[in-house]
Design a protein. Structure first.
Length: 254
């Protein structure tokens, strides 16, 4: 995707990677709309960042996605980039069904059904634009599992294969599909992650990701250097070592 001159909608951008990426893209000359559930937080972000537009959306609710899409397209008919950022991560114990079943259902609804519904709401519009992009967000954990978060790992693996598949179907249209693959980043995705020495500083991640988007406009996957250890373990032939190292190093993997 081109790094400037776009109109970008990022649901799930009221904190963490989503908000940092929204501000970075705005600074590069893009019109940015962020979405989230809490209207008071959206209003605060808009007040603190002139030019950012906001829309209330709950990506676990199909009706909310449909209503938000109508609002966004009515106000921004030139929208040409959708970044499906919203996601949750939960620690689960799969030895006890009461520990994981409700969590797993929430994770799949947010991380898999949410992006599917978002893409469904915007894909026809995006195909009508001369140059457009869908950015999906998977994870290094799509390629090597953190044992504490089975449903999250599986949801991100699903997003990786979804991205690969819809890219094939949209070939020949104006829509590119780009998969953003973060490593562990210092956000509030899990308790303690914001201060974890294992996690990559948020500002460093976003700066490197945006630089990659700029330098590789035709990239299919955006991989900062720190995620390649996880992404290519199987290809290198050291997958078992990658999994062991990941789960020994990350406090949530113990």
């Amino acid at each position: 995707m081109n790094i400037s001159g776009n109109t970008v909608f990022i649901p799930g951008a009221t904190s963490g990677i989503g908000l940092a990426l929204a501000l970075a893209l705005q600074s590069r000359g893009n019109t940015v709309i962020i979405g989230g559930r809490r209207t008071e937080l959206l209003e605060k972000i808009a007040a603190e960042n002139p030019g950012i537009d906001t829309v209330q959306i709950d990506t676990t609710d199909a009706a909310s996605i449909g209503a938000a899409a109508k609002q966004v397209l009515a106000r921004h008919p030139g929208l040409n980039v959708l970044i499906t950022m919203a996601g949750i991560m939960r620690v689960e114990d799969w030895r006890r069904p009461e520990s994981f079943l409700a969590s797993a259902e929430d994770v799949v609804t947010t991380n898999v059904l949410g992006p599917i519904r978002l893409i469904a709401a915007f894909v026809e519009h995006l195909q009508a634009q001369p140059d457009s992009t869908i950015v999906t967000v998977s994870s290094g954990l799509a390629f090597a599992p953190l044992k504490a978060t089975p449903s999250y790992n599986a949801s991100k693996a699903a997003i990786h294969m979804l991205s690969e598949s819809i890219r094939l179907q949209l070939a020949g249209t104006s829509v590119k599909v780009v998969e953003l693959e973060p490593p562990s980043v210092r956000t509030a995705l899990l308790p303690g992650q914001e201060t974890s020495e294992f996690a990559m500083p948020l500002e460093e991640f976003v700066a490197e990701a945006v630089a990659l988007l700029e330098s590789r406009p035709d990239a299919k996957e955006i991989q900062v250097e720190r995620v390649k250890f996880l992404r290519y373990g199987e290809a290198r032939g050291d997958y078992d070592q990658v999994v062991a190292t990941l789960n020994a190093a990350d406090p949530h993997g113990k």
